[in-house]
Design a protein around this ligand. Sequence first.
Ligand SMILES: Cc1ncc(COP(=O)(O)O)c(C=O)c1O
Length: 405
Amino acid sequence: MAAMARISERLRVSRKIGAITESATLAVDARAKALQAAGEHVIGFGAGEPDFATPAHIVEAAIEACKDPAMHHYTPAGGLPALRAAIAEKTRRDSGLVCEPSHVLITNGGKQAIFNTFQVLLDPGDEVIVPAPYWTTYPEAIALADGVPVALPTTDASGFRVTVDQLEAARTERTKALLFVSPNNPTGTVYAPAEVEAIGHWALEHGLWVVTDEIYEHLVFGAHMFSSMPVAVPELSSACVVVNGVAKTYAMTGWRVGWMIGPDDVIAAALNLQSHSTSNVSNVAQRASLAAVTGDLAAVAEMRAAFERRGRVMHQMLDAIPGVRCLEPEGAFYCFPSFVDVLGHEVAGRVVDSTLELCELLLEEAKVAIVPGEAFGAPGYARLSFALGDADLEEGVNRIAKVLQ
Ligand SMILES: Cc1ncc(COP(=O)(O)O)c(C=O)c1O
């Protein structure tokens, strides 16, 4: 390799970007894939995506879009007008929130919507309350916007729910926003409509922004009900940003289409930001998403039924393992069991002191990949995705049970 150029005394990579931690979920996935490539039969519970293919009518729409020369060129940075209109309509249909197409900004996945939102809302030192366990990207996106993520721990004893009293105790004069997500990744918690309303009223009363992530809105099980905060508390609409996308609902994680819905000033600012960073999202993927959000929800219902069944099986199997405690998932596609009673004990001839160690050991001894709770601000727990086939699911949990015994 050529000698490295001398870059004076300064850091080669900026402090801000150098401080970003690797995504633990992707790291687990990479290790599992490396073992697999070496010929091991690894069962991966790490992936945060549906195992189904994208429904055929959506793929067909993309093929048609490829043939349309208008799709070969730049389009408006905020998204195809037809898609923005369709998402406004779909949102009214699905959550009851009424908004104009101009309030919808199409982004490169829900991830870019989150990134844009915090860039637009935060000044240095502004605090954002993030209930834990949280999806790993939130604190990083807040820190990248020079904000301060304030984690608010919850446990399985409360079903991983925060109360208004806890939120109030975490509020300071620097608090600018609350990050809210239901159904939750990694816990599968779905807040009841009355809880959503109470939290929305609290935010409204204290003049806080709410960033509400609705990406799992359709993956809700049994009697649990999805509730959108700006619908539960309409007065909050002018201080609320809704994040959503096609990834989880339509098995479209690789297509990279999401959106944010917010008031005029926030959308205008996010559009400016996006026009200098990524410009329009791939037109072909936007046209596929148009077919997704304007189509019926039959394929979605089928996938949800499969997830619900698998979630029940996984929960029962995990909860039956001595030392493991697992709540039944209420939505999304994750179980988030506690391994606290296993810690400090010998597992496969080794004393295991953290879920980080436990997950490494399970990968080595059982060839099973699960994500340690440390990645979600919740040591003592681990996340298992049930977005995989039934046979692997049962085999994988049996392997865990065997090692733990
Ligand atoms: C809670 C939550 N929000 C948003 C996203 C972002 O999804 P995407 O960027 O694939 O649309 C994810 C993906 O894992 C998620 O779990």
